[in-house]
Each structure stands twice: as C-alpha cells, then as structure tokens.
Design a protein around this ligand. Structure first.
Ligand code: OSB
Ligand code: MG
Length: 381
C-alpha cells in the first residue's frame, strides 16, 4: 500500500445524556479520527485509490487509562505515522503495522487508530468487509448496554427500564463504593432475571472483598474490573472469595496479559476492546487465545462514533465472543452520529457487509462536528 496523506480530525459530539462512571462524568465526547489516502491492491492486484478511516478511543482526560486525545495526537504525528511511512510501500500493510510500531512503548489506542485506518483502506481496495477479513461468522450481534451511575437508584431503575423497552438483551450497571449492592437489588427487583452485570472501573480494593461478595446473591453474569488496572495479583486473591465471575477490562492490554490473568486466576472472562489492546488484529489474537482456552470473551465499547461502532460490530460477530458486547445503537450516546446511525433490530446490531468498515462519515455531519483537522503526512508546519 502507498500512503499519500494522513490527517488527524478531532470531532466534538454532544452526548444524549451525561455518562457517569466511578472515574467521572462526561457530557460530550472528543473523538480523534485518522483519515488516510492511499493506493492499495484491488481484488486482481491492480492499484486502487482509497480513503480509510480510523477512530482513536482515548479519552479527553487520562481517567480510564493513561492515554488522551492530545497525547495520542502527539504520538501519532511525531512517531507512529512517520514510522509507517518510513517502513516503505512494500512493507505497509495493516498486518505489518503492529510489528512496525513495536519500538514505541504503550500508546495502544493511538496505534489502534492508525492500524484501523490502514485496514479500512486496504479492505476497501480489496472489496472485502472487516467482518469477513476477521473471519466473523454472524451477520448481526446481540446488543448490550452500559448504564452510567445516576443520582438516585430510582433514576437508574427508570433508565434500565427504557433500555429494556428498546430491546437491549443485556444490562451492565456501573457501580462504585456506596452505589452498588442496593442498586443491583433494586434493578433485580424491578426487572427479574434479565441478563445483568456490573462494572466498577477499578473503584474498589481487596479490603472490599466481603462487601463485593454481597453481590453474589444477584446471579450476575460477571463483575468487571473491581480493582485497580495493575492489581492482577489482587484480583487473583479476590476471585476465590466471590461466586460472581471476575471479568477484566482495564488490566488486559495484550495476549500476554490475557494469559497471565487466566493462569493466575485473576479473571475467568475477558472484555476485549480493540483500542486498549492496540488494534483489531490484536483483539482478534486475544479472541483466538480465549477460544483456545475455552474462556468466555466479549467486546467492550468506548463511546465510539459509527466508525468504531461498525468495526466493533464486525469484531463481535466472531464465534468466540459468546456474551453480548457493549455494542449498542448509536442513539445510546448520540442524537447525531458522524455516520448513518446503527439501530437496534430485535435487540441486535447489524454487522456492516460493505467493504472495509462498511460505513463512512456523512460529509455534512463531519463538517458540523469537526473541531479541527491537521495534516501529519505530508506534514505541514
Ligand atoms: O469500562 O467499559 C468501560 C466507556 C468509557 C470507558 C470505559 C468503559 C465505558 C463503557 C461504555 O462502559 C461502553 C460503551 O461504549 O457502550
Ligand atoms: Mg469496563
């Protein structure tokens, strides 16, 4: 593939309602997109000019992980884009990106965004969908929804009711100390045995083990990331004290982390987010490892626009993702997405079948939502 131009585009999208987790409240999303212009091989090997899009899921602030939009922009412009350009036209394939970028430590979300843009470009030229390229087998995926913390338990119960009415097949409740057991009890009492799980975003410590065990009576699918990101060992001490399975999110950044967590008994279920693990191809590798080991896995979400949502739906359509993902309708977060919206159909999201991501920014939406655009290759001053 020949890379002619790489641009970073920042969008600001208002959320339909504030989204609160144990690490803070968000009212808008600052999204960083990577747009590439390239010439790649067509189905018969002939050169085809294409545009590819990637989405970086880093937060505006370093609260979920250390990455941020500003940091990712800097790393993309200064290191990642120049490195793939220097790798040369021959070596430049989406498959090669992970190895080319290995000298740069961390910055998985920045790497994932660049890989995603190149993958989109490559697959568009080849006229193949991302789902097909990943080896996905389903044409629609069951849709779960992540419900943020609310001011009162009653508000949270009402919001859950709205989502159930819309057809979501699995509910995830955000929890934090002081907003946990009674919240889950109220949702269970209101809606019976709906598939239910909780996510603490690292808000507890091992000293809370007995308290977390009070969640066992609610027959939850899992408790996600109860302890700190780097508390793998502490999770392994917590797991035998809970009947509820532990799922790790923040702690898992690679196949090696996945193996370590499973070997240690720190988790029995894995949340796979492509940004967190350095791209869709690494996400596929973790999927494959979980399947080999007979471990349940599912696809997480990071408030993606329609671009990342399209790619997450394709990933979630792989066989080994056996629990519903946080792949909800665009309307869960956005009144106006940058692409045609993903809609809930009988509790499912349709997997795009078109080439690449199968969706693209609507020009007028893109323009209306754009904060700024910057050329990073060829670089301008
Ligand atoms: O922990 O899964 C998480 C959003 C931002 C950061 C972390 C998380 C989340 C979510 C939202 O739970 C999932 C979604 O995009 O639907
Ligand atoms: Mg999580």
């Amino acid at each position: 593939m020949q890379l002619h131009r790489v641009e970073l585009v920042r969008l600001r999208l208002p959320l339909v309602a504030p989204f609160t987790t144990s690490f803070g409240t968000q009212e808008t999303r600052l999204a960083l997109l990577v747009r590439v212009e390239a010439t790649a091989a067509g189905p018969g090997g002939q050169p085809v000019d294409v545009v590819g899009w990637g989405e970086c899921v880093a937060g505006e602030h370093p609260l979920y992980s250390s990455e941020t939009v500003a940091g990712a922009s800097h790393v993309l412009a200064t290191y990642l884009v120049p490195m793939v350009v220097a790798a040369g036209d021959e070596a430049l394939s989406a498959d090669a990106v992970h190895a080319v970028l290995r000298p740069i430590v961390g910055h998985h979300m920045a790497k994932a965004a660049l890989e995603m843009a190149l993958l989109d470009a490559e697959l568009r030229a080849r006229d193949q969908s991302l789902a097909r390229a990943l080896g996905a087998t389903r044409d629609r995926v069951p849709s779960g929804v992540s419900v943020g913390l609310h001011d009162t338990i009653g508000d949270m119960v009402d919001t859950v009711g709205d989502y159930l009415d819309q057809g979501y097949v699995r509910i995830k409740l955000k929890i934090k100390p002081g907003h946990d057991v009674e919240l889950v009890r109220a949702v269970r009492e209101a809606y019976g045995d709906v598939p239910l799980q909780v996510d603490a975003n690292a808000a507890y410590t091992l000293a809370d083990a007995d308290h977390l065990a009070e969640l066992d009576e609610f027959d939850l699918l899992l408790v996600e990331q109860p302890l700190a990101n780097d508390d793998l060992w502490q999770h392994s001490l917590l797991a035998p004290r809970l009947a509820t399975p532990i799922c790790l999110d923040e702690s898992i950044e690679s196949v090696a982390d996945t193996d370590a967590a499973l070997d240690m008994g720190a988790a029995s279920i894995i949340n796979v987010k492509p940004g967190r693990v350095g791209g869709y191809l690494q996400a596929r590798a973790i999927h494959d490892r979980c399947r080999e080991r007979g471990v349940v896995a599912w696809v997480g979400g990071m408030l993606e626009t329609g671009l990342g949502r399209a790619a997450n739906a394709a990933l979630a359509a792989m066989d080994g993702f056996t629990l519903p993902g946080d792949v909800s309708a665009s309307s869960r977060f956005y009144r106006e997405d940058v692409t045609e919206p993903f809609v809930l159909e009988d509790g499912h999201i349709r997997v795009p079948a078109g080439p690449g991501l199968g969706v693209e920014p609507l020009p007028e939406r893109l323009e209306a939502l754009t904060v700024d655009r910057r050329d990073v290759h060829p670089a301008t001053a």
